[in-house]
Every structure is written in C-alpha cells, then in structure tokens.
Design a protein around this ligand. Sequence first.
Ligand code: ISL
Length: 568
Amino acid sequence: STAPDWWKSAVVYQVYPRSFQDSDGDGIGDLRGILQRLDHLERLGVDVVWLSPIHRSPQADNGYDISDYRDIDPTFGTLADFDALVAAMHERGIRLVMDLVVNHTSDEHPWFVESRSSRENPKRDWYWWRPPREGAHGGDPGAEPTNWESFFSGSTWEWDESTGEYYLHLFDVKQPDLNWENPEVRHAVYEMMRWWLDRGVDGFRMDVINLISKHPHLPDGPVRAGRRFGDGGAAYTNGPRLHEFMQEMHREVFDGREGLITVGETPGATIEEAILFTDPERREVDMVFHFEHVGLDHGATKFHPRPLAPGELAASLAKWQEGLADRGWNSLYLENHDQPRSVSRFGDAEAHWYSSATALATVLHLQRGTPYVYQGQELGMTNAPFASLDEYRDVESLNAYAEAVASGTAVADALDGLSLMSRDHARTPVQWDATPNAGFTSGIPWLAVNPNHATINAAAQVGDPGSVFEYHRQLIALRHGRPVVAHGSFVRVDAGHPAIFAFERVLDEDRLLVVVNLSSVEHDPVFPEGLAYRWRDSLPVLTNTLPDAPGAFDAPLGPWEARVSSLA
Ligand code: ISL
C-alpha cells in the first residue's frame, strides 16, 4: 500500500541478527543467514523487518555501540550482502527498517577518538566532557561531575587521565553520549540517515531517542536510601530541546520522502510525551515504544521483579489505547531483544504454553496500533534455563550481577534475578528445527540454544494449524483483511473479572469483540446486558481453543482462552 499511513495496517518483525541465522559457521548470525530465512517471514505475512544494528562495531553492547555508521560489521557481512538483502526483501514486498543509534557512538568511532585526543580538538564538543567536581581530584570516587548511575551499573562518567576530564556515558563505558546541543553533530547524523534512505532502507527505529536532549547544567539526581549513585533520569529524559531536535530531523531527513516508517524508542515516556512525538501534525515520528507495561513487574530494580496481579497488564495496555485514541499512534509490543520472553513473563510457559502464547498474541495483534513481533515470539520461544553466570553474555546482566554480589547480595539471589529478567533470554538463537544447534549454526552458538528447541521449533510449527506460528499468521492476515483491526476504535469492555481482557474494535458497521482470559484459571465472563446477548450470537472469527476441543461459544473461558468474534 502507498497510503501515507500504510504502517497502520502493517506488522513489523524484529530481527536480532546475531541470533537469527548463521550462514558461515562462526556461531553468530549474519545477513546471508537472514536472506536464507525470508520464506519464513513471507509465510508469516509480516510487512516490515526491523534489523537491530549491523553497523561496524566493537560489539560491547551487541552492536548498539557503533564505530562506523556507513559500514556493515564484518561479523554480519558486507555492504554488498546488505544491498542483496534489501533487494530480496523488496522483491517480496517486505520493507526494511534500520536501527538508528545516535544517542551515543562507540568509543572507537573516529569522532570520539578525535574528541578525546585533546581539549582543543574541533570535535571535543561533540561529546559531553566535564571537569571533576569542584575541589575533587579527577578519578577519585565522588569526583564525578554528577551522581548519575549508568543504565549498566556504576557511574555515567569515565575519567580520561590524558586530557583531565570526564566523559558522559549513560550506557556502557564504551558508549559515550553525543552532544546534540552541537549543530555539527545533528547535521552529521541527518546526513548519515539520508545516506541509508538513499541506499533503499524504508525507515528507522531510533534507539533511546528521548535521551538525546540533556539539561545543559547536568543537575544531580535523587539518591535512594543505601545507594551510592543517583537517578539522573530527570536531567536527560524528554529534555528541553527534544522535540525541537525531532522536528529538525524530520525536516532535514524525512520531508519529501514517501513510504517510510519511523519509530522512536522512548523509555520513561508518558502518554503526553508519546502524543507530542506521534501527533502527525507535529511531524516528528510515526510511533514510539513506551515502557509502562514492561516496567510493571520491576521491583527495587528490574532484577527484583514481582508477580503481576490479575488485570494489571490489561489495565496498562488499555490506558495507552485510550490515551492515544484521538492523536498519535501506538506501537504494540510484548517482547524485544531487551526483554524476557513474554510467554515466560506474562504467560504460563509451564502449564499452559500454547494457550498463553496465543492469548498474548491475540492481545498483541488486535489492539489499535502497529504490532511488533520479536523473532521467536511467533514460535512461543521461552526464557533460557541458564543456571550459572558463565552462560550469560549481556553486559547489563554481567555488570548488574557483579554489582549485586559486591554489595552483599547472595550469589543465588543475584542469579535468580538474571534467570527472570536478563536480556539474554531474548537473545538465544532462533529455534528453526530439532537438530543439535536448532538449525541456527553449524558451529558453536555464541549464546546457548534453548534445549526446548527439541519441541519448540519452526519446522514443527509451520503448516501445523494448531501451532503458535500459524496462530500469529492468522492474526496478521486478519489485520490485513479486515480494516477494523487497523483502523477501528478501541473500546474496553468490562467482563466481570480483572483477569479477562475484553475489548471491542469498531469501524463503521464492523465490530470485533476480543475476549481473552489472561490467567491460568477458568473464568466465566459476565458482560453488560445487551452485550451478553450479542456475544452469544456473535460469529466466531478466531479462537485459540485447540481444534480438538471446541467449546460452546458462551461457555466459560478456559485458562488463557481467547475468543475473537464478530458482533454483526
Ligand atoms: O533493557 C534495559 C536495561 O534495563 C533498558 O534500559 C535498555 O537499556 C533501554 O531500553 C535502552 O535500550 C536500547 O539502548 C541500549 C541498548 O543496550 C539496548 O539494546 C537498546 O534497545 C543502548 O544503546
């Protein structure tokens, strides 16, 4: 479709190239591997593929630390491989979205190499350099310019002995933050973006884009009891010039180009912020990823999660549906490369694996917004059963573990945190088949394959009508075939119990009723009078009740049962 808002009826599939498909036996996925698996994506029916970063990178954060924005990392292939992949995808009608990581670069990027070379270097001001705190000695604990804690533990400041200043890194020490106050930085980024668009890419997913504008005074943040560092979030999240920068980017990069899709990653964004980003009249981005629902289970830290109460997830999702009903547009996601697997986190992977994976899929695909399926989610992949530290690879996990243990947490408790929340759960190789390395590689996978690939894998699911894959495929086809899914309004319906997420999608005369039991307990929905009557007579569109167990339409909902019907 060429309508300007074509992405409203599109489904995006996220590929994490490192873990998708290896073609050369080095144990790491690559571009030629993706090329080999396009049949899978076409069969699923997705419209867009978003690739996590494939640019040249030292891989300190698996590519979110870029040292050359205009080249492909040799681990993943070459620019020629990239061009071949874009062409092959376009031939199949699939668009390609690149990751845009411009809050920071790698410390090995030539811009930073120059910037750190001397205080007088013309690129000094391309990053955030600051002297030690007044009266303190650079490098001493507490001498950092602010008290901020890095997303990956420790201070956000690294002391540079040779030039006698600190540089800012909100993430890893190898990810120095670019200074967006400097117009040269911004224009270098815009030029790079135009270069990719000219090469044929169809849009960008913008990494932590709401962190690019910092309060220039860099104020300290509040410190929670017993913690060494403070939370600097207020100083760098949704900062004072953020929307000015986004509108400038739109003018400089997107104006006059058609058929693109842009999505900002915005941790900490509120509904009000999301509207500022996505109201089409403001000309910023098409949609953003907010984090409310993936933060619900965080406790004192993300590694101290708590179980959700029945209805909590649905309440959060519904709030965003209503919040962006009139202006703006939602991205819909339950998984990505930073989050645990949704069937393990929000579902019941032990007792109700199929039902909970498909119930969650129903909720994902049938809300108003653009759904994002993360690789393996369409197969119901689960968290990894890692039991020891040496099985993990992610810098966030390793740092969080080291810090927890250093501050007195028992080893077993620190490991428990990782076993629930590590980003590595999303990063185990895609389970293509039941062979020893799941069809991912002929070598040694960089992160262990989940042993449950013996039963959970694409070869077993594609073409099997009772599979998680085929269920996702049906949901995607429904969005494509029935305008109410993309364009209808969202109306929450009270079903009498918080564990049941029920909503109507309405477009002109077409009404879909979606009723999903998000719990492992049977529930009998109790609808308002008029609706109860119509529900009994509604026409089934889709259910995740296994084919050999059809129930009467108004029977109680089994654990994780989903019923989608037409209210004629
Ligand atoms: O997963 C997180 C740590 O708990 C998030 O805070 C995550 O770091 C945040 O969502 C930003 O993520 C993005 O930028 C990071 C990168 O590590 C993530 O993979 C990326 O999605 C830095 O580039």
